[in-house]
Design a protein around this ligand. Structure first.
Ligand code: GCW
Length: 693
């Protein structure tokens, strides 16, 4: 960590519009202090003026006022349990003067960054009066950071951006100055909770909960200045590992008592601590199954320990058999989360959030939306996304995930594809935020628990650009903004990000960023895994093609390609029955090979290579065409970027050029391996006679 980190979306110039004005900050509270420091620095840099006043003091000639709401004017609005801060703010503009008014200092901070994002546009334009509030109070980022370097997974599990921002050499970093910059970046996009260690909790990391508490408290103090609460991933076996007990059975009184005391110590050290994240009975992590208990037993025992402090338990639904026999066609990993969790609906305590990966498998470039999100109306559900690009190019490939997330957030379980009249049926975003119609379950009419919000795996590290690929910053940016408002347009978010990150850059730069990133998710899908089939990656590190890499392994991730066809039959009629986990109309849509959308065909059906898609192409020709087109698109991405790269910072340009070259190499390798594999399997040549090996 020697080089100065890149400013990302908060370069000094992003504060020009604020910095050259007469600005007043009024109100108490730690975050009002942070706002005042930001404004003082900006006005000192750009020649404006700054005063700190009491709420309600005369501010006649100010051009920007950031103030807490005068007492008696408004009451803080209702929020979910465990998300107890009103983060809303009101933005008014009258004759070019702007007032940001917030009931709590957290809203003041979000209001400040709103003005930063708008820049001069905040002060231009007609008079305005708008209220802004986040869609949910639970906007979390999970770090899979290990304290000690893990022999296989390294410092950051699935991290593609260097070392950890939190830990170095087996301990919390002594110098937290970079973490401070990081917290500021996260606050600016609206993240308000971070889990600071890997959900695979190894022996060294387990100690964060006990011996390392003073160190965790140092980290929490850094984030507190930015309105962000800290959570820890904990091992379900902590009572054994740390407490010397013989069991971690959730129904054992000593175990429950151990957790009560552990929680008391944590909240004594960190009064605004957020809660625990738990990966239990998953990929070798300990859990309640060892004692014949359910996940509700396990989660509720922890929930009781943290309830006195308004703490949360984020309990992950990523539970499946990773030691399955590939010969066994009756076990389907896609079914696992639903089969484990659906029967427990209604059994979880109010402060348990069940955290569900967006798809039933594992963060693939294309999966159907997990049916668990629709299946537990009496449970708080959080949607889990993956910002780190484990299966989407590992930050060596430019892949903007905003469009993928937007598609997931907008998915409607109870509406037929393309049914415009169903606009008021809840989206996944509604289910995760508890807004609108989602308060009632359309299937049963039952009352829904308060929402569980959003969580995602972070893509950051101590890399100079934070994210390895400088363009991967756009993913973190978009994730935060979509948590605040899931309806935002991903392409507009790219503009926002580009405007802040490349201030003053010619329009050509922005156009090139769009040319590279707008359709990059689809491009990645084209040159990697077709039609929803997934997992054709090299086992272990998950980078690069290996069509049969997982085919005969215990991980439950198969494509079943033979000489005649490919795909997994997940229908209820002849397959694993997974399609039946969806409510109507999607269970019927997916069940039928006629109506199943092309992009998920091989996820739900085993079909011959000659099967004709809705697009008119056969499956095999689609494989060839998309793989050739995907590589051509990467070539065009490189052309678009090369034309403008001399216009941006040299180091950044160099880094992007190096990554794009690797993307082209890798995409070509994908194309050639996948096309060759399927030509050899099927014996059907490419209609257009292109080179396949
Ligand atoms: O995507 C998979 C990763 C594992 C990860 C696991 C999980 C932290 O390959 O590295 O473990 O998911 O989400 O728990």
């Amino acid at each position: 960590m020697t080089t100065t980190p890149h400013p990302a979306w908060l370069p000094d110039d992003a504060f020009t519009a604020i910095g050259r004005r007469r600005v007043v900050v009024a109100g108490d509270g730690a975050l009002a202090g942070t706002v005042a420091e930001e404004v003082a620095a900006a006005t000192a840099r750009f020649g404006g003026s700054f005063s700190r006043l009491e709420v309600g003091d005369g501010v006649a000639d100010a051009e920007l006022v950031l103030t807490l709401t005068p007492p008696g004017l408004t009451e803080p609005g209702p929020t979910e349990p465990g998300a107890d801060v009103d983060e809303s703010f009101r933005f008014t503009r009258e004759g070019g003067a702007v007032v940001v008014q917030a009931p709590c200092d957290a809203g003041l901070l979000h209001g400040l960054f709103h003005v930063v994002r708008l820049g001069e546009a905040a002060f231009d334009g007609p008079d305005a009066d708008e209220t802004h509030a986040p869609a949910t109070g639970l906007r979390m980022l999970d770090h899979w950071d290990n304290v000690a370097v893990h022999p296989v997974m390294g410092q950051v599990e699935r991290g593609y951006a260097g070392g950890s921002l939190f830990y170095d050499d087996g301990a919390v970093r002594a110098d937290l100055s970079r973490l401070e910059r990081y917290a500021r970046l996260l606050a600016a996009v609206g993240i308000n909770r971070v889990a600071i260690n890997n959900v695979n909790v190894h022996a060294r990391e387990a100690l964060l909960l006990t011996d390392d508490l003073p160190e965790v408290a140092r980290v929490a103090a850094v984030f507190r200045r930015w309105g962000i609460r800290v959570h820890l991933a904990v091992s379900f076996a902590s009572p054994i590992l740390l407490g010397g007990l013989a069991t971690s059975d959730p129904l054992d009184a000593d175990v429950a008592h151990w957790w009560v005391r552990a929680a008391a110590r944590v909240w004594t050290a960190i009064p605004d601590f957020g809660g625990f994240v738990v990966k239990a009975d998953s990929e070798g992590q300990p859990g309640p199954f060892a004692y014949g208990r359910t996940h509700a037993d396990g989660a509720n025992m922890l929930a009781a320990a943290v309830a006195p402090y308004d703490g949360l338990v984020h309990w992950r639904a990523f539970v499946y058999d990773h030691r399955q026999d590939w010969r066994d066609r009756s076990t389907d990993r896609a079914r696992a989360a639903y089969d484990h969790f659906r029967p427990l609906d209604g059994a979880f305590a109010d402060n348990v959030v069940v955290q569900v990966k967006y798809g039933p498998m594992d963060f693939q470039v294309r999966e159907p939306v997990s049916p668990v999100l629709a299946a537990m109306p009496r449970t708080r559900i959080a949607l889990e996304l993956q910002v780190t690009q484990e299966y989407t190019g590992q930050q060596r490939h430019a892949v903007y995930l905003g469009p993928q997330w937007s598609e997931i957030l907008g998915f409607r379980f109870w509406a037929a594809p393309g049914d415009a009249a169903a606009d008021d049926s809840p989206t996944v975003a509604d289910l995760a935020t508890g807004r609108g119609k989602a308060a009632e379950d359309p299937g049963t009419g039952a009352w829904r628990k308060p929402a569980g919000g959003f969580a995602a795996v972070s893509n950051t590290g101590d890399d100079e650009f934070w994210t390895g690929h400088p363009f991967a910053q756009a993913n973190l940016y978009a994730y935060g903004r979509l948590c605040w408002d899931p309806g935002l347009d991903p392409s507009a978010l790219l503009d926002e990000w580009a405007g802040l990150t490349f201030p003053g850059a010619p329009d050509a730069v922005r156009a090139a960023l769009h040319a590279v990133l707008d359709r990059s998710w689809e491009t990645y899908e084209q040159y990697t895994t077709p039609l929803g089939v997934g997992f054709m990656v090299r086992p272990g590190h998950h980078y690069g093609p290996d069509v049969d890499g997982y085919e005969y392994t215990p991980w439950g991730t198969y494509h079943f390609a033979d000489r005649d066809g490919i795909g997994v039959d997940r229908t209820t009629r002849t397959g694993t029955g997974y399609a039946g986990q969806y409510p109507s109309p999607w269970r019927e849509v997916y069940e039928s090979v006629e109506t199943c959308p092309d992009e998920l065909l091989l996820f739900f059906h085993h079909v011959p290579y000659t099967h004709v898609l809705h697009s008119g192409s056969t499956v095999i020709q689609h494989v060839y065409d998309t793989h050739f087109e995907g590589v051509e698109r990467v070539e065009r991405m490189i052309e678009a970027w090369s034309a403008v790269s001399p216009l941006v910072d040299e180091r950044l340009a160099e880094r992007v050029a190096e990554r794009l070259a690797e993307q082209l190499r890798s995409a070509t390798e994908w194309r050639d391996q996948v096309n060759t594999y399927f030509l050899r399997k099927s014996g059907i040549p490419d209609e257009r006679g292109r080179t396949i090996y």
